[in-house]
Each structure stands twice: as C-alpha cells, then as structure tokens.
Design a protein around this ligand. Structure first.
Ligand SMILES: C[S@@+](CC[C@H](N)C(=O)[O-])C[C@H]1O[C@@H](n2cnc3c(N)ncnc32)[C@H](O)[C@@H]1O
Length: 253
C-alpha cells in the first residue's frame, strides 16, 4: 500500500479486471453474502420501480433487481462492465458514464431508487456526483449506497483517520486500485451537502444465512467493523425548493 496525494482520476481501473471481478463477486462472501443482502434490504420492495444502478459493475445487482420486478437502468465507467451488464440483464438499459460528469441522458426526478454500491471511494468530487444522483431521483425516492467501513480502512492503513487521502493498493487477485480513504463523518457531510438526509445506516453485520457460507468470516464481521457499511438516504425536503420555501417565508411546511 502506498499513499498518494491528488485524485483517483477518470481512468477506468476496473476495465483491466472486469471479468475477474465478475468471477469474484458472483458468489464471493463479501459481495454476494454481505454487501448485496444489506443493500437489497435497504432498497426494500422494488417491484414496479425504476432503479438506477450507479457504477453497476458486471450487472449482479441489476440481475437481482430485475428478478424482483424492477426496471433497471445502469451505468459504469468501464465499457467492459457495461458489456457484461448488457449480456447478463438484457431487459436493462446500460451505458458508459463517468460519475464525475452530469448524467445528461436522465431527466430530473426520473427514477424511484438509486443504488450506489461500493463505488463512492473511486470518486474525486463526491458531492457533485451525489448531487447528480439526487437530481435524477424522485422527491419521494431513496438512495442506497455502500462503502468500505472507514474504521476497517483505518485499522488496515493507520495514519490520521480524519484525513482524506488517496491510496493505491494491489488486492489479492492482483488488481491495482486507487481509492479514497475518508472518515465516516465525511460521507455523512457529503450526503447532506448533496441534499440527502440519512434515514438508516447499517454498519455491516452480515446476515445470519452468511454463517453457513463462511462461519469464520461471519463471526469476525459480526463483531468487528472491518467490512462495508450501507446507508439509505432520502432527498431532504428543502433541497431544490425555492429560497422562500427553504427560508420558511411561506405557509404549510
Ligand atoms: C467494486 S465495483 C462495484 C460494482 C457494483 N456496484 C457491485 O457492487 O457489484 C466498483 C465499480 O465502480 C465503477 N466505477 C469506478 N469509478 C467510477 C466512476 N467514476 N464512474 C462510474 N463508475 C465507476 C468501476 O468501474 C466498478 O465497476
């Protein structure tokens, strides 16, 4: 691991190992039995809803959401990830899109739920990206995001927990990744600045069923905050409203 300054940038890091990621995430403990159950639970019943899968990867979430009756639109920075999603979920609509840029092909308030799983760490201007997700979300919609638990990041990397920094690592499968380490309060602040209110935060205790898959990992994640966390956030009532409404010079709030 090495610490670097500046930014993650716009190079599609996952392009290099997209197929290997699919192989890993399809049935692997962390994705299939830990992150996906947590986010799917926070998303709730999606039947008949339009779900935007931001940073969709190879379409594993999109497949599950479609099976649950959702209409899925997804995007990813990696063209190979988009190809894999299209192959996996023919009913979905997938595009190459960088979270750093406006999602100009999606109108305001056009989706019921936004899923943003395990990709916040790769975005340099997270407030702008979250604002854009907020823009396309209906006012009565919800965003579900997951990220690496910052306490686990700090236990692994040490240093100043409160300092935002980009690190570069090579993971066990040889994947080279650059991503942001940020404290929990940063994610909370970024969500607020982007116009969201946190409704629920889950610190990443795995579901009971995951104990059958890997009892040791399950036991460890059930006592230590070293995996992922998941958040459900809703558009704040005042965000995007005219100033007189925000400032309360009106009746009816
Ligand atoms: C850990 S994978 C998660 C994939 C998927 N959400 C899942 O949980 O199965 C991270 C994904 O984020 C995508 N990604 C990283 N930076 C991005 C960006 N700036 N814009 C859009 N997608 C990005 C990567 O290409 C990769 O597919």
């Amino acid at each position: 691991m090495s610490s670097v300054t500046d930014a993650v940038g716009s190079f599609p890091q996952y392009e290099v190992f997209a197929d290997d990621f699919l192989d890993h995430a399809q049935d692997g403990f962390y994705n299939a039995h830990y992150d996906r159950p947590a986010c799917l639970e926070l998303l709730g019943d999606v039947a008949g809803l339009h779900v935007l899968d931001a940073a969709c990867g190879p379409g594993l979430y999109a497949e599950e959401l479609t099976a649950r009756g959702a209409q899925v639109t997804g995007f990813d920075l990696s063209p190979r990830m988009v190809e894999l999603s299209r192959e996996r979920v023919p009913a979905g609509e997938f595009r190459v899109q960088n979270l750093a840029e406006p999602i100009s092909w999606l109108p305001d308030a056009s989706v019921d739920r936004v899923l943003f799983a395990l990709a916040l760490e790769y975005v340099d201007d997270r407030v702008a990206a979250l604002r854009e997700l907020r823009r396309v979300l209906r006012p009565d919609g919800a965003l579900v995001l997951s990220r690496q638990h910052p306490f686990g990041d700090w236990l692994r990397h040490g240093g100043n927990y409160f300092e935002d920094r980009v690190i570069e690592e090579v993971w066990s499968r040889g994947w080279r990744v650059r991503y942001w380490l940020t404290p929990l309060e940063r994610t909370c602040d970024e969500l607020r600045e982007a116009g969201f209110l946190i409704e629920q935060l889950r610190e990443g205790r795995p579901p009971a069923a995951a104990a059958e898959v890997d009892p040791e990992r399950h036991a460890r994640l059930d006592r230590e905050p070293i995996g992922f966390l998941a958040i459900r956030a809703v558009p704040s009532r005042t965000c995007g409203w005219p100033a007189e409404v925000r400032e309360g010079n009106h009746e009816g709030i």
